[in-house]
Design a protein around this ligand. Structure first.
Ligand code: SAH
Ligand code: SF4
Ligand code: F3S
Length: 442
């Protein structure tokens, strides 16, 4: 039996999936596999999948379909992530050329599953959700040389009526604070300056070790890691968002001026049907805390339109809410029916066309809000982490603490100065709906 040595991996879905892939890559490389840039070159092809909406789920099956003809040519196909967990062994029926199906709660077992594959096993699965382990690995291969992800909590214990995540990622498991702090220290020593703490619901972080830190305490400690200049966190669930988080941001300059606080709907009636566990008023109270911080904090959100039973009046409440909050940006989605979820049982589905109309109206309103919000940055000086250079426009691509893209030129310097990874003060001279532009001030 020839040992598989080259692999290709494609990742779909959220940042947790992106970070899981970094860990999987590290694990594979440590076992002697080498990563290649295309599936054609690879002996082992991994898809790390997302199931959040129907379209996301379809992507993996269309990828697998493209490679059906490769079956028998020595390629091995592996499906990881949320579709793997959701569909389980059904994937072998839908795509018989797949050999490995493994959900994120079983990644600790990947090395042993690879051994089974290498020894000729045709079908290997890792589908148990019954674990209190988190997937921590010192072998992570990070994509970005300046910003690093740290998973602090896996899974989700909420049961939002539309959402597959509790089924695809299992119950909530928090990671011990000492392990998180150790990773933060190692990242700083390795030259990373920005840390992004990850979890489906970071606010419900609860340190399992005797230290017993809550999320705000963890934030404050990570924010004081020497060498770390920026700390971000995502996602915050409004129900568990406490005032202490805003206090921690106020007290620690390294905690970024940005909170992503998904509201989903502006109508209390719809929020109740979604089982979100807060009302519109509860949500707006949290927005007031954020707005009364000493630093101006950017606020972003996720919104679903066309949840079953959403009336025109409910939708109007969402429109009014985005005007009231004045979000810096939003991700907005048409409701998508998902397997196993409680919302499947609800009647009164909104027609696809009407969902599309509501989404377009919402996005148009939000665009106008962003034009307004971003215009308030004109003339301001913002610190940017430089993330890239756009050869076509001659502009550096920076990111502000508020998580806004700020493209800038540096008039007084040589174009070949390498600014990547540095922090530069930039004066904003132009503002569009999706980004800012300016000039460095020195
Ligand atoms: N844990 C995060 C969200 C993770 S999923 C939270 O609770 O906020 C990211 C976003 O996808 C959600 O905020 C929601 O807006 C959207 N989403 C989730 N399930 C969906 C579905 N069935 N249809 C449409 N959008 C969905
Ligand atoms: Fe899904 Fe709700 Fe959990 Fe977020 S909090 S992952 S929307 S169930
Ligand atoms: Fe998708 Fe799973 Fe993330 S469903 S959004 S990859 S948790």
């Amino acid at each position: 039996m020839r040992v598989v040595k080259t692999f290709y991996i494609e990742t779909f879905g959220c940042q947790m999936n992106a970070h899981d892939s970094e860990k999987v890559i590290g694990t594979l490389v440590a076992r002697g596999y080498s990563q290649v840039a295309t599936p054609e070159q690879a002996e082992l092809v991994f898809y790390n999948t997302c199931s959040i909406r129907d379209k996301a789920e379809q992507k993996v099956f269309s990828r697998l379909q493209q490679f059906k003809k490769e079956h028998g040519k020595g390629k091995t196909f592996a499906v990881l992530g949320c579709v793997a967990q959701q569909e389980g062994e059904r994937i072998f029926e839908k795509a018989p050329h797949v050999s490995l199906v493994c959900g994120s709660a079983s990644y600790n077992r990947l090395p042993e599953m690879l051994v089974q594959l290498e020894s000729g096993n045709r079908r290997v699965t890792g589908l148990s959700l019954d674990t209190d382990e988190t997937f921590d690995t010192p072998l992570t291969r990070r994509d970005n040389p300046h910003r690093a992800y740290i998973t602090i909590i896996e899974g989700c214990d909420k049961s939002c009526a539309y959402c597959v995540v509790p089924f695809t990622r299992g119950p909530e498991r928090s990671r011990a604070s000492a392990s998180i702090m150790a990773e933060a220290g190692e990242l700083a020593a390795a030259g990373y300056t920005e840390i992004q703490l990850l979890g489906q619901n970071v606010n419900s972080y609860r340190d399992p070790s005797p230290a017993g830190w809550d999320f705000a305490t963890l934030l404050a400690h990570v924010g004081r890691t020497p060498g770390i200049r920026r700390v971000r966190f995502t996602t915050s669930h409004p129900r568990d968002f406490v005032r202490e988080i805003v206090d921690a941001i106020d007290a620690n300059p390294s905690l970024c001026n940005h909170v992503h606080l998904p509201v989903q709907s502006g109508s209390t009636r719809v929020l109740e049907a979604m089982q979100r566990l807060y009302t519109r008023d509860d949500y707006m109270r949290r927005i007031e805390w954020i707005k009364s911080a000493r630093r101006p904090i950017a606020i972003t959100s996720d919104i679903i339109v066309g949840f079953p039973g959403e009336t025109e009046a409910d939708f109007e409440e969402t429109l009014a809410l985005i005007e009231e909050v004045e979000y810096d940006s939003i991700f907005s989605f048409k409701y998508s029916r998902r397997p196993n979820t409680p919302a499947l049982a609800l009647g009164d589905q909104i027609p696809e066309e009407e969902k599309g109309r509501r989404l377009a109206v919402l996005q148009e309103r939000q665009r106008a809000i962003q034009v307004r919000r971003n215009a308030t940055y004109l003339g301001r000086v913002e610190e940017c982490l430089v993330e890239g250079f756009n050869k076509a426009t001659g502009q550096w691509i920076g990111r502000t603490s508020q998580n806004k893209t700020l493209n800038f030129i540096r008039p007084a310097r040589n174009a070949e100065d390498n600014l990547l990874g540095s922090y530069i003060e930039v004066k904003v001279t132009r503002a569009g709906p999706n980004s800012l532009a300016g000039e460095s001030v020195h």
